[in-house]
Design a protein. Structure first.
Length: 390
């Protein structure tokens, strides 16, 4: 990280999660470069990334010349109340080449803010010869678009709502399942096998709790029923009661918002290891005393830094996770276009892909297996202590 401490903006106050879908558009918390590199050791994340950290195919695929291109369209909310998110997506797409006009390998078009406007944009893209659609960003739009274009056209949604995946609809956002698999799998290797999950009321909390239960069970650990709590009142007593009267090895607090900070403070005061999801990456966790010594899953910061620096230089804004996802999706579509595989078969290639957010592989059920880093919160920095593969 440069001496300018890119990304050290004022910490935003956590807001309540009101839907199953959240967008991590905030910047990554800054990291100590020296500490990150010491923590990596022989990690593959040290392999140099060309340019601003562009995506590459893993395996032995040989790329045709760059003038061999496909036809893909990124559907982004360029107008409406969430247009600022669309502008992040447009800027990320523009880093790899033209994003609008003649010669664009992956054109960015306005999906608006409703299912109807997204479907209209998708149909126009299909009429123009699009073979693959990236986006939309939101689950309702994504479902409508996938249904409208038919099973022959892959739709790679940037939503993190894993429940919409299936048929021709692939979910590319970082999902609760991906976060849980990474952080809880890592915790198990450190002897933290008895884990209680605490979530706020609502569908996103329920999805996060469900993911945690299944992951802990798969690691051979013990996961008492998740605690749904709208405040920190009596939380430690509830955790003990759920765990047979004793404190667990760790508490997983995946959802940022509402009572998050108060609950984290109560858990830390009880001396229990705190675990977090990718959502922590958007709130500068080392500035929150209650999160000190906590572990959380996030995109690999070493992979991400070159992209984030290039993005800020290009757009004068912070990329955040959304920018990285949009960039990776566009680069994936560009490369598949150049090898003539902008189709379901291309998405499902066994070797997967390698992007600035990390390695990933699409699965036949529309889900995406994703490798994430594990960071530890310390004074003034988040330190890389592990990573997981796709």
């Amino acid at each position: 990280m440069s001496s300018r401490k890119r990304g050290m903006q004022k910490m935003p106050k956590a807001q309540p999660i009101k839907s199953i879908e959240t967008v991590a558009s905030g910047a990554f918390s800054p990291l100590s470069r020296r500490r990150v590199l010491l923590g990596l050791g022989g990690s593959s994340a040290l392999i140099g990334l060309s340019g601003c950290g562009g995506l590459s195919l893993t395996g032995d695929t040989e790329l045709p010349p760059e003038n061999a291109v496909g036809q893909a369209v990124l559907l982004a909310p360029l107008t409406g109340p969430r247009a600022s998110l669309g502008q992040i997506m447009l800027a990320a797409a523009s880093l790899g080449g033209n994003a609008t006009g003649p010669g664009a390998e992956v054109e960015v078009v306005d999906a608006g803010d409703s299912p109807e406007t997204a479907v209209a944009a998708a149909q126009k893209a299909m009429d123009g010869g699009a073979k693959m659609l990236l986006g939309p960003l939101f689950s309702g739009q994504s479902r409508a678009v996938a249904e409208a274009v038919g099973r022959g056209t892959p739709v790679v949604s940037l939503s993190n709502d894993s429940s919409i995946a299936g048929d021709n609809l692939f979910v590319f956002g970082i999902t609760p399942q991906q976060s849980a698999k990474s952080i809880l799998g890592f915790a198990a290797t450190r002897g933290k096998r008895n884990v209680v999950t605490v979530v706020p009321p609502g569908p996103f909390g329920a999805l996060s709790a469900q993911a945690a239960q299944s992951v802990v069970a798969a690691t051979g650990g013990t996961a008492p029923p998740a605690i749904v709590a709208a405040s920190a009142a009596g939380l430690i007593d509830k955790i003990r009661a759920a765990n047979g009267g004793a404190l667990p090895d760790a508490v997983y607090l995946p959802v940022v918002g509402g009572p998050f900070e108060e609950q984290a403070a109560a858990i830390k005061s009880a001396g229990v290891q705190l675990l977090g999801s990718e959502q922590w990456a958007s709130i500068t966790p080392y500035r929150i005393d209650a999160l000190q010594d906590g572990w959380f899953a996030a995109p690999d910061p070493v992979r991400f830094e070159a992209f984030a620096t290039a993005f800020t230089a290009f757009s004068e804004t912070e990329a955040g996770v959304l920018g990285g996802l949009a960039f990776d999706a566009v680069e994936m579509a560009r490369i598949l276009g150049r090898i003539g595989q902008q189709n379901r078969k291309g998405l499902l290639r066994d070797a997967g892909f390698d992007g600035v957010v990390g390695p990933y592989r699409f699965q036949k059920d529309g889900q995406c297996a994703r490798g994430l880093a594990i960071l530890s919160v310390t004074t003034g920095a988040n330190n890389l202590i592990g990573s997981t593969g796709a």
